[in-house]
Design a protein around this ligand. Sequence first.
Ligand code: S3P
Length: 171
Amino acid sequence: VRQRLDGHPIVLVGLMGAGKTTVGRRLAEKLGLTFVDADHEIEVAAGQTIPEIFAKHGEAYFRDGERKVIARLLENGAQVLATGGGAYMNADTRNAIRTHGISIWLRADFDLLMRRVRRRSNRPLLQNDDPEGVMRKLIADRYPVYAEADITVDSRDVAHTSIVNTIIKTL
Ligand code: S3P
């Protein structure tokens, strides 16, 4: 697989709770590649957590930083890059991913996503009275765009390891 990647990064896209970070980390380990989490890199670059960036500067500011950080990370060659759920919705970022990398959409259904995000409630987009409604809207808005990824892998309620193996077989 590493040879076939030919210096291109594997980029994981999909909604909050799809398992991008966990799957990405294990996939990288198995392929002997570096794992990079774009959200974490944005926090390092800003010197603030994502909730702080949203609260102090707003979503548009976050999105701009996200676009720049991912553009920079995509220059780093073969690696596994997990992106925040909104990253692939930006046309520039989508084009950059298409040019530099191999994209994988970790597709998951509503129930699984809600179960996962309830365990970690640090997502600004879901800090409101109707997180379920927001999630349904994100699914409706984003799935048609995520579907443009090179590879779609169903992230069902199965062990992350088996998802990693499916990805490796598909690559
Ligand atoms: C977002 C997803 C988050 C983070 C930010 C916005 C989104 O990343 O980038 O809270 O728009 O879906 P995860 O998908 O890693 O939770």
